[in-house]
Design a protein around this ligand. Structure first.
Ligand SMILES: Nc1ncnc2c1ncn2[C@@H]1O[C@H](COP(=O)(O)OP(=O)(O)OP(=O)(O)O)[C@@H](O)[C@H]1O
Ligand SMILES: [Mg+2]
Length: 498
């Protein structure tokens, strides 16, 4: 055995010596030929292809999207197989602790029957280069290495990598923490902390299940949303931008804002709450649109109050305090200056600007976006704004009827049925109360209030409303009759013959 080791040692020494001689004395051209041929021999002996995906490519500024997507893909699909895992706290993720494979760990994957190997590695840094330095050596550059047999080159480079990147992005979007954005006034768009939108984590708990609404109507909206979500290819086929507009209208407290939150939770989308009065002009509006991401709901609440879409602002000006004769000149001047200032400050977004925002050429950028407008007065809106194609689906949220009440009773009291339900059903048919009012009455106000007390409270409130309504009706009838009598007396007095 000792002899064998001695022979091995001398063989190695000879090889090293020959290699050094070749390096030193062989002409460069000959050396290159030798190298190419040796690589050919190696590739015959080792028929595998390797692709590396570095964490930072080029300038070390931005993490490579491909690296992040691969990491997410591998965390979800292969981390169960890895023996050594790395735990990272990832910001903006639903589950902040994400496990991924550790450095120098290898996992296998399979694609259409082909086996592949993924390894997480790190380039080594030379510690001697930092031996006299105050700083510790930097971490090596991380990368993923994909290895597969060369006969599957086309399948892997064309289909598999695309599949991994798409799936990784999809998982990332699914696991991300959703955000609620609101637009900043343009004075804050530039400078050190420039941003057009500010955000917080979106945590509204509303769902379609808790939304008080007729079941049929609810299902119709959910089906519409699902169809939209799965419609990427369809929209491309018909040559339409992948977006859909919803107009939610109804009296205050009927659940328009709640429905938007339910939609966002159902679709797993971010919400951009656009405050139009803070947008100076159409150009700013377009810039804001460009900065929105895909998989988002863009909301404009109370559209009738946000913009001069109805000619209201002019009316307000005409009736303004400046016309008051009693005001002295100085005060009038002051008010007119102030109005002018406000006019300059306020939004110059026009109807055509908003229409362009919804379905102009720019609106197609980003894709997969829902635009929602809400209003209390649908009749006040310009028909151009809500025509089909812009606002594709009009949803009326109305007063609370029995079916909606049952959802609220289940949400607030865990009551699926009760002997007081029929009384409530009858009362709801003759009173126009909003789900917000019903919800308020159903909510227990103290620890002593049980289901019976809450339902009785609601019945009492509904009866009061019913009585008031009846009283109002009688008063209106009396007034009408009184007017009729006056008319008859006037006619008599003026000598007309009936
Ligand atoms: N359909 C509903 N289902 C469940 N809860 C509702 C519903 N409508 C109203 N509510 C309750 O009433 C509150 C007010 O509702 P919401 O803010 O959604 O009304 P809105 O229609 O947006 O009113 P506004 O026109 O004043 O903006 C909500 O917090 C919710 O608890
Ligand atoms: Mg609202």
């Amino acid at each position: 055995m000792g002899e064998l080791w001695a022979q091995m040692g001398s063989l190695m020494a000879t090889i090293m010596f020959v290699y050094a001689m070749v390096e030193r004395f062989l002409p460069t051209a000959l050396r290159d030929t030798l190298q190419i041929n040796s690589q050919k021999v190696m590739s015959l002996l080792y028929p595998y292809v390797q692709i590396t995906f570095p964490e930072f490519s080029g300038e070390r500024l931005k993490r490579s999207e491909a690296y992040t997507a691969i990491q997410t893909y591998l965390s979800e699909n292969s981390s169960q197989l890895a023996k050594r895992l790395k735990a990272e706290v990832v910001k903006d993720s639903q589950n902040p602790l994400v496990l991924s494979m550790d450095d120098d760990e290898e996992v296998t994957d399979e694609f259409k029957g082909v086996k592949l190997w993924w390894a997480a590695s790190k380039t080594a840094t030379n510690p001697h280069a930092y031996s006299f330095s105050y700083y510790s050596p930097p971490d090596g550059k991380r990368y993923f290495k994909l290895t597969f047999h060369k006969k599957h080159r086309d399948l892997i480079t064309v289909s598999y990598i695309k599949h991994v990147l798409e799936e990784g992005k999809e998982i990332g979007l699914r696991n991300r923490q959703r955000k609620l954005y609101t637009n900043n006034p343009s004075s804050g768009w530039y400078g050190y902390k420039q941003s057009k939108w500010s955000h917080i984590v979106f945590e509204h708990p509303a769902t379609f299940e808790t939304l008080a609404m007729e079941k049929r109507k609810k299902e119709e909206i959910m089906n519409d949303l699902v169809k939209f979500r799965n419609g990427k290819d369809y929209y491309a086929k018909i040559g339409k931008a992948w977006k859909r507009g919803y107009l939610l209208y109804g009296p205050p407290g009927t659940g328009k804002s709640t429905m938007i939150a339910a939609m966002a939770n159902f679709m797993n989308y971010d919400v951009y709450d656009l405050e139009l009065t803070a947008v100076k002009d159409n150009t700013e509006l377009r810039k804001l649109l460009i900065e929105t991401s895909s998989k988002a709901i863009i909301v404009v609440e109370d559209i009738d109050c946000s913009l001069d879409l109805t000619g209201q602002r002019n009316m307000k000006k005409e009736n303004g305090s400046n016309n008051n004769e009693e005001l002295d000149q100085e005060l009038r001047d002051h008010l007119s200056r102030k109005e002018e200032e406000e006019g300059n400050k306020s939004s110059k977004v026009t109807l055509s600007g908003l229409l362009n925002f919804i379905d102009g050429i720019w609106s197609a950028c980003g894709g997969e976006r829902i635009i929602v407008f809400t209003t209390n007065f649908v009749d006040k809106l310009d028909p151009a704004l809500i025509r089909t194609g812009r606002m594709d689906k009009h949803i009326e949220l109305s007063y609370c009827r029995f079916e909606a009440f049952k959802v609220l009773a289940k949400n607030y009291l865990d009551a699926n049925s009760h002997h007081l339900f029929p009384t409530i059903a009858n009362l709801l048919q003759v009173t126009n109360v909003t789900p917000a009012d019903v919800a308020e009455n159903l909510m227990p106000k103290s620890l002593n209030e049980d289901v019976d007390t809450c339902l009785e409270n609601l019945i009492h409130a509904l009866e009061v409303i019913k009585e008031e309504k009846a009283k109002k009706k009688v008063e209106e009838k009396d007034k009408e009759e009184e007017n009729n009598v006056h008319t008859v007396e006037d006619v008599k007095e003026n000598g007309f013959i009936l």
